[in-house]
Design a binder for this molecule. Structure first.
Ligand code: AGP
Length: 643
């Protein structure tokens, strides 16, 4: 049963899979950039040690299975960690060339069968792949009609079989790869080996990064710099539509049409750690800066702009239950819980369904009083392994409730134990403080709320979703604009670096973001931070205010701006310093507050996605100024798998 449920997730959740069943103009199909890792080596040394160490260097990218192919020895693949794979390699599994791969499953269970490398049905061509072959289904059907038998459900195997099909014509491997790639639509970074030409490796790229390392003892292929840094700093970055042919003695770069290219050899400056962080000082900053890409990944294939509709493949099988839902309970811990508070407002505002939100560590002990048939639980979890959230799900299931997950880690326990759900596609989040995943969680809630609106109101209402859908498509650009101002936010943080306490206030859609902002400051800069609904100031918190207790006020120029403005005046009258996150004309805010951070204006219901970003940066820069271990704050773990 559990497998079937997971199968529902894996079968439907990939939005591009939806595109397969409902072809949209190619221009509209943008790709999910998987986070898989590729390494390859050919030269005078034994390839195996480099390949395994190279996979270990890529572990930071996140993955759930791994595999290796070595010339003359064949392939070994394992689900789970690289250490699982390394322990499976027998003595003597050595050769002068090979390829290897770590897979971050975006579809298809993270099993040995789905792990890379994949081969053609003769076992001649071996391939590892990062990306997505969009037209894999039609190619697969055509090859099956020629009698080819497929071993896995993956699009990658289709590419391996297609290359093998051409290779059977006894042409050079690079020619077979070139002919096959001419047929492919999608994104790929691939490394290819063959038993017929063990003295050759092919690398090719379209939309998924790949580089060639030029060493004294051979040549390397890698998804990024981290596996090659300890062997060479001379690299060639392949550009889209380019292919490399490597032998132990030489390399050549060419177009897919096999026209020779003269590419510049570049020198890597980064050390290993910097390469994993793409040059940022901390994973947290890298992940904050990834916001535009993460919002694009979260939205990909899920917005049907033409019809003002939402496509969430992972919920398709439970749409009847969603249509009949009379109550929704949202649960999670920490930032996931605060995302749930935003989700509550979104669902109530857009779909008119009553929602209750409860922290998982409390929900799991409460008595469920709702009728399970028309109540749905939505559990939010980046890691998919948080113990309290998992226990709350289990309690809800005992009560007969349908349980949905909003999860980032594919194949995680919560993804497998909930009945259906939506993956974030935010990529691995390494920093302990949640940043990009939190933005993605709120974005998924906007999609879920719009889907519920569709299911709970006549389609004639579709037009009223149009503006929100249009604004969602603009969120990545809005995030980019905010991230252009990191210096000014760093300067504000520097002015408050010695604060002992801070107060965060907001109303309605900004109320949960006050709590999230306070949590970010607490967990990475260790500053005591309180969060309150702005309307609560007179009921106690204003007693805290003096010149040493700054307030962060979340006040976009929305329907509640004036009310929060009056709070600011009260704080100012008591000597409190204020940092304002606002939109539009700042003249008014500048009258009242020392520091003003502007974010682009969008629909009130989507503003939390934008007002959060400056708070993440503010907390980051305060912690940086305090020289604290930002990625690994004291006492905290990335995933709280114990109660
Ligand atoms: C957020 O910055 C914290 N790291 C923490 O509150 C986290 O959100 C919480 O532990 C829930 O984790 P999950 O999303 O993996 O379930």
């Amino acid at each position: 049963m559990m497998f079937r449920l997971y199968q529902v997730w894996s079968h439907f959740d990939v939005s591009y899979r939806y595109v397969q069943m409902h072809p949209v103009p190619a221009k509209a199909v943008i790709l999910l950039h998987t986070m898989c890792g590729i390494v390859g080596y050919i030269g005078s040394k034994n390839a195996t040690p480099f390949l395994i160490e190279g996979l270990r260097a890529l572990e930071y990218r996140g993955y759930d299975s791994a595999g290796i192919y070595v010339a003359g020895k064949g392939a070994i693949k394992r689900a789970g960690k690289v250490s699982n794979l390394a322990e499976s390699i027998p003595a003597g599994f050595a050769g002068p060339s090979g390829i290897a791969h770590t897979r971050w499953a975006t579809h298809g269970a993270p099993t040995e069968k789905n792990a890379h490398p994949h081969s053609d049905d003769t076992g001649t061509v071996w391939l590892v792949h990062n990306g997505i072959i969009e037209n894999y289904a039609e190619i697969r059907t055509r090859l099956q009609d020629t009698g080819i038998i497929f071993q896995s459900e993956t699009d990658t195997e289709v590419l391996a079989q297609l290359i093998g099909w051409y290779y059977a014509e006894n042409i050079p491997l690079e020619e077979a790869v070139s002919e096959a790639l001419k047929e492919v639509r999608g994104a790929y970074g691939i490394a290819v080996a063959s038993t017929r030409e063990p003295e050759k490796l092919i690398a090719a790229r379209l939309g998924s990064p790949l580089m060639i390392g030029i060493g004294d003892e051979g040549y390397y292929i890698a998804s990024d710099a981290t596996p090659v840094l300890s062997h060479t700093r001379q690299v060639i970055y392949l550009s889209d539509g380019e292919m490399a042919v490597l032998t132990p003695e030489a390399y050549s770069i060419m177009t897919l049409m096999r026209d020779p290219l003269d590419k510049e050899v570049e020198t890597l400056e980064w050390d290993l750690e910097a390469a994993q962080k793409k040059g940022y000082e901390h994973f947290m900053l890298k992940e904050i800066m990834e916001a535009p890409e993460v919002l694009e990944n979260t939205l990909r294939g899920r917005l049907d702009i033409e019809n003002n509709a939402i496509h969430l493949g992972g919920l398709r099988e439970v749409e009847d239950a969603l249509r009949n839902a009379k109550r929704i309970i949202i649960t999670g811990c920490g930032s996931a819980y605060y995302a749930g508070l935003v989700g509550e407002l979104l669902i109530e505002e857009l779909a008119g369904i009553p929602v209750e939100v409860e922290i998982a560590s409390e929900l799991r002990y409460r008595r469920f009083t709702t009728t399970p048939e028309d109540t749905i639980l939505i559990a939010v979890s980046q890691s998919g392994e948080t113990a309290d959230t998992l226990e709350a799900i289990r309690e809800a299931k005992k009560h007969g409730m349908l349980t949905l997950g909003i999860v980032n880690a594919v194949g995680s326990t919560i993804a497998r134990e909930t009945d259906a759900g939506v993956y974030n596609h935010a990529g691995p989040e390494i920093g302990v403080a949640s940043t990009k995943a939190f933005l993605s969680q709120m974005t998924v809630f906007a999609l879920v709320a719009l889907l519920l609106r569709e299911l709970h109101t006549e389609r004639s209402d579709a037009h009223s979703s149009a503006e929100i859908i249009r604004q969602l498509t603009r969120m990545p650009e809005y995030a980019r604009r905010i991230l252009e101002n990191t210096d000014s936010i760093a300067a504000i943080a520097a002015r408050h670096v010695d604060m002992r306490d801070a107060l965060y206030i907001g109303r309605k859609f900004q109320y949960p973001i006050a709590y999230e902002g306070a949590l970010k400051l607490k967990e990475i800069s260790y500053v005591h931070a309180e969060a309150y609904g702005a309307g609560e100031m007179k009921h106690g918190p204003i007693a805290l205010i003096d010149s040493s207790f700054p307030t962060v006020a979340l006040m976009p120029r929305d329907s509640l701006y004036e009310k929060t403005r009056s709070n600011i005046e009260e704080i100012r009258a008591r000597g409190g310093k204020i940092i304002t996150i606002t939109t539009g004309d700042t003249a008014d805010a500048e009258l009242l507050t020392e520091d003003v951070i502007i974010v682009p204006d969008t629909h009130e219901a989507l503003m939390p996605i934008l007002t959060t970003i400056p708070l993440q940066l503010f907390a980051y820069y305060v912690a940086l100024a305090r020289n604290l271990p930002i990625d690994m704050p004291r006492n905290l773990a990335k995933s709280v798998t114990v109660e």
